[in-house]
Design a protein around this ligand. Structure first.
Ligand SMILES: NC(=O)c1ccc[n+]([C@@H]2O[C@H](COP(=O)([O-])OP(=O)(O)OC[C@H]3O[C@@H](n4cnc5c(N)ncnc54)[C@H](OP(=O)(O)O)[C@@H]3O)[C@@H](O)[C@H]2O)c1
Length: 322
């Protein structure tokens, strides 16, 4: 338990701006709250959501909360204090949390986590590896399962080489789906390794190539490349499109159903988090780390992610804070 008035180190956003506004600062230590455990964070992944928060593009979600904000939606570490007998001190855990709350997000030394947002860390994965799974895994699982498709059906994954797309391929294979992945030619081997049955290289004419290779359209499409409206035309009549950008206005046609995936709605999905651990334990899903950064290098992690082309996640390694 943290004494009242104590502070912890965290990545902070003291004002909106570019990566340079990020700094290592001190924030109030999380208080022991009913239904929460306090996790000593070993590592926290850097996601696109962190860039949006830092740039002020999530202002409407943090209205009323004062600066500094603490970014980060997923973490892995060790239970530091707990009054819940299911989560004893010392348990290795991973969790998905919201950064839009008074206590801030995942990128702090100690973080209060609602028990429903916790899962044990996959055996054999380091904190750095495990931290890449919760948020993107929940997003990928909600995308696949939200399609309402059945084993043997065909799903097209756009942005297949990305963090969400890659996990979506793997989860789709676990569900018995036939996966068509769209990724750059340079990524073909990566998405095949993840389980894609068919790969359409993302060059000129890729859209027509998908329509040729999936005649009549796919039963489900996951738009992890956030291309928006054109993705509708890749879905069969009455099929489902999973979209991942909440403000996109995508107009459906031909009975296509839109499944809007919004991971903040999934953070308490304990069953999904627990399944992610089991899938990682059985090597059905893979933790992909692009590069590790020290807390002092958080700005570099943001800049690298913003530059595009990252394969796997940038992860902040907090082991120097142990
Ligand atoms: N709704 C939610 O709750 C939620 C949750 C998590 C993520 N997201 C969003 O989902 C998206 C994917 O996240 P991520 O973490 O997987 O991102 P990521 O790792 O950067 O992957 C995005 C992938 O899409 C590809 N791509 C980008 N633009 C494309 C285009 N115009 N056509 C085809 N492919 C394109 C990228 O390829 P290149 O790198 O080669 O450009 C990359 O492989 C992001 O926009 C993220 O903000 C939403």
């Amino acid at each position: 338990m943290s004494p009242a008035g104590s502070v912890v180190r965290a990545i902070t956003i003291p004002s909106y701006g570019g990566p340079e506004v990020l700094s290592v600062g001190e924030v109030p230590a999380p208080a022991a709250e009913a239904g929460h455990v306090i996790v000593h964070v070993g590592a926290a992944a850097v996601n696109n959501a962190d860039l949006l928060l830092r740039a002020g593009l999530q202002k409407h979600f943090v209205t009323g909360l004062p600066f500094p904000y603490v970014p980060g939606m997923d973490l892995a570490g060790t239970v530091h204090s707990s009054t819940d007998s299911r989560w004893p001190v010392g348990t290795r855990v991973m969790a998905a949390v919201s950064a839009w709350r008074a206590g801030g997000g995942a990128q702090a030394e100690l973080v209060g986590v609602p028990v429903e947002s916790l899962a044990t860390s996959p055996v054999g994965l380091s904190d750095v590896e495990a931290s890449t799974l919760p948020m993107n895994g929940l997003t990928a699982m909600a995308s696949v399962d939200g399609l309402g498709v059945h084993a043997g059906d065909t799903v097209v994954v756009l942005g297949a080489a990305g963090a969400v797309g890659g996990l979506a391929i793997q989860i789709a294979k676990v569900r018995g789906l036939y996966v068509v992945a769209v990724a750059s030619a340079a990524d073909e081997h990566r998405v095949r390794e993840l389980g894609a049955d068919h790969v359409v290289p993302r060059g000129d004419g890729w859209f027509d190539d998908v329509r040729r290779d999936v005649p009549g359209g796919a039963d489900g499409v996951i738009d992890a490349a956030v291309i928006g409206q054109p993705a509708v035309d890749l879905v069969r009549d009455g099929g489902t499109l999973a979209t991942l950008r909440s403000h996109d206005q995508v107009v459906m046609a031909r009975g296509v159903v839109q499944r809007k995936v919004f991971v903040p709605e999934e953070l308490s999905n304990t069953a999904a988090l627990t399944e992610l651990t089991a899938l990682a334990d059985s090597d059905a899903i893979t933790a992909r780390v692009a590069r590790m950064f020290t807390p002092d290098e958080a700005a570099d992690a943001h800049a690298l992610l913003a530059a595009g082309g990252m394969r796997g996640r940038a992860v902040l390694d907090f082991s120097s804070w142990q």
